[in-house]
Design a binder for this molecule. Structure first.
Ligand code: FAD
Length: 554
């Protein structure tokens, strides 16, 4: 039975969860928790998921937004890792082509850089083979002239040649949401703004969680046979509550990205280039902007308030200016930014960039299962490993048997577009339909590309209530996104909408400024906010705009 994922039903869903005895309760609504919920639910386990903030509000909306094989990890001889996540790229793409797009990446070689022509050719050949890269996506090695032709902005005095290979660009927050929505469609109860405060025990075994609804302050108890801690950077915080934070622990490192307008930095080619300190940095064109990242520095401060500092910003700007000699980007060119934490498993004596990105599962004597590390790209395989363990333990403890992992062929919500090959045609047909509803070609195109096979639900909103858009001074496109977000994606606050449902906070800050009053009015009306509630949500949005646009002093 599909559950609801409407923010209007949020309290009811949470109260309903508290009356059940679930098979699995997942704590954490990032990509790791999303994958676990989908895996468990599709094996027939009754599953719940709670998230203390908004879904994907942790690291899963702050990544480089690539579904990638991790070419860099070949240097650390992490062969199995590269092989597994390399192959997963193709699966993520096939199951969710609307949130995953192949992009050709150029890796220029420079004197004293990470790779020379020979090591790059070897690396990319091994990579193609390990990741079983499709024929039409295999790499080529370019000479200097070909490299400069691909990206004329590069400093021709520095560049010696390059490697040309395919990665996949994604929208990390929407990938997470689509996985949760699919899990909900199969029956999972998922709620945001619900924090796990304490564990409940019986005979020293964890049997549930006391949660607090962050919107109402109400307490609830949720019971489950297996509790899975998928809280990313907060994994050790919950292990401490379980008194099981012993042995291995997390090592948090911060990664920052900045966005520059495409007119100021007219990059035409996605790049992976050497910074002066020998680290590799991405510069990726996207929606008329270019984003650049990332930094990688140890982090010990507040996990819920991670921001770009002036030093982070200056580091990224100088990395770009070092290889694009004539760009001379300045601090005033930075339009927006985001900063996230890598929940890495600590390795003694290693620098942040050298620590393995491998995932690791911790089992406590109370029965709590925790998972940390890993990458967005490998979320499906991580989930499979965790749920396999839960299934094994449930069989031993309760004599219940569940099936094997089924997610290999499960399309994420919005992904039923005829596979990666059928998506182009799908887009074409649905744009035609959108234009008959009064949308411009570009509006319809943006909607179809973002929502994939869920587009008909947005079109239905336009057909039935589209006239309401004018009342809020919204376009039909934005109105349908807001209403769909409330009814089908549990959008609770304007920040949820501008950061994680539409991605505009990081890529179109001017769009946020232009539409925020109208969107807040529409949400306030539909969600029946009091004056006080509306004010709090406006303040929260302003705080987030400030965090994205103004760096903090080091
Ligand atoms: P999170 O996304 O942080 O989710 C954990 C969630 O748990 C949070 O939303 C949090 O609010 C919630 N939570 C915490 N405590 C509680 C509680 N008590 N109760 C309820 N909920 C709670 N990977 C890639 O594959 N490709 C990339 O391009 C890439 N780039 C990256 C760039 C950077 C800068 C960083 C930092 C990481 C990058 N990664 C990338 C790695 C990837 O983003 C992470 O591995 C992944 O997002 C981690 O997801 P998660 O679900 O484990 O953690």
């Amino acid at each position: 039975m599909p559950s609801s994922f409407s923010s209007i039903q949020r309290s009811t869903i949470l109260e309903g969860m508290a009356t059940k005895d679930l098979d699995v309760l997942v704590i954490g609504g990032g990509i790791t928790g999303a994958g676990i919920a989908l895996d468990a639910e599709t094996r027939g386990m009754s599953t719940g998921l709670i998230e203390m903030n908004d879904f994907a509000s942790g690291t899963s909306s702050k990544s480089t937004k690539l579904v990638h094989g991790g070419l860099r990890y070949l240097k650390q001889f992490e062969i199995n890792e590269v092989s597994e996540i390399g192959k997963e790229r193709a699966i993520v793409y096939e199951n969710a082509p609307h949130v995953t797009t192949p992009v050709w990446m150029l890796l220029p070689t420079i004197q004293g850089g990470t790779f020379n022509r020979l090591t790059l050719a070897m690396g990319l050949t091994v990579y193609d083979s390990l990741a079983k890269v499709k024929k039409n996506e295999r790499h080529s090695i370019l000479n200097k002239k070909q490299t400069i032709e691909k990206e004329p902005l590069l400093d021709r005095n520095k560049v010696k040649g390059g490697g040309y290979y395919v990665e996949y660009r994604t929208d990390d927050a929407r990938l997470t949401l689509e996985a949760i929505k699919e899990s909900v469609r199969h029956g999972t109860c998922a709620v945001n703004y619900t924090k796990a405060e304490d564990f409940l025990y019986k005979n020293n075994k964890v049997i549930g969680v006391r949660v607090v609804d962050q919107q109402t302050g109400k307490n609830h108890e949720i019971h489950a046979k297996k509790i899975i801690n998928a809280t990313g950077p907060w994994v050790d915080t919950l292990r401490e509550k379980d008194e099981s934070n012993k042995g291995k622990h997390l090592h948090l490192t911060k990664g920052v990205h900045i966005t520059i307008d495409g007119k100021r930095f007219p990059l035409k080619q996605a790049l992976y280039f050497d910074a002066p300190d020998g680290r590799l940095i991405f510069a990726i064109p996207r929606e008329r902007k270019v984003y650049i990242g990332t930094t990688d520095t140890d982090y010990f401060s507040d996990k819920s308030n991670v921001q770009m500092t002036c030093k982070d910003r200056d580091y990224l700007l100088s990395a770009v200016n070092s290889i694009f000699a004539n760009m001379k980007l300045e601090t005033s060119d930075v339009e927006s930014s985001w900063a996230g934490l890598r929940p890495l498993v600590h390795e003694e004596g290693k620098d942040p960039s050298e620590i393995s990105r491998k995932d690791e599962i911790f089992s406590s004597s109370s029965g709590l299962i925790s998972i940390a590390g890993g990458k967005l790209t490998g979320y499906r395989k991580m989930a499979e490993r965790v749920v396999n363990l839960a299934v094994k333990e449930l069989k031993k403890e309760n004599k219940i048997t569940y099936s094997k992992c089924k997610t290999l062929n499960v399309c994420l919500s919005g992904g039923k577009v005829g596979g990666s090959l059928g998506f182009k045609n799908f887009i074409y047909n649905k744009i035609q339909k959108g234009t008959t509803l009064g949308l411009t070609f570009s509006e319809a195109e943006r909607l179809v590309k973002r929502y994939g096979s869920n587009i008909d639900q947005l079109y239905r909103i336009i057909q039935t209530n589209g006239e309401e858009a004018a009342y809020y001074s919204l376009t039909k496109e934005i109105f349908s996104m807001v209403v769909y977000g409330i009814e089908e994606e549990m959008t609770v606050t304007p920040s949820d909408f501008f950061i994680r449902r539409s991605g505009s906070m990081f890529f179109h800050i001017d769009w946020v400024e232009k539409w925020k009053t109208a969107v807040i009015d529409c949400m306030s009306h539909r969600l029946h906010w009091t004056v006080e509630m509306k004010k709090r949500k406006e303040e929260d949005l302003e705080k987030n705009i400030k965090a994205a646009t103004i760096p903090i002093q080091d």
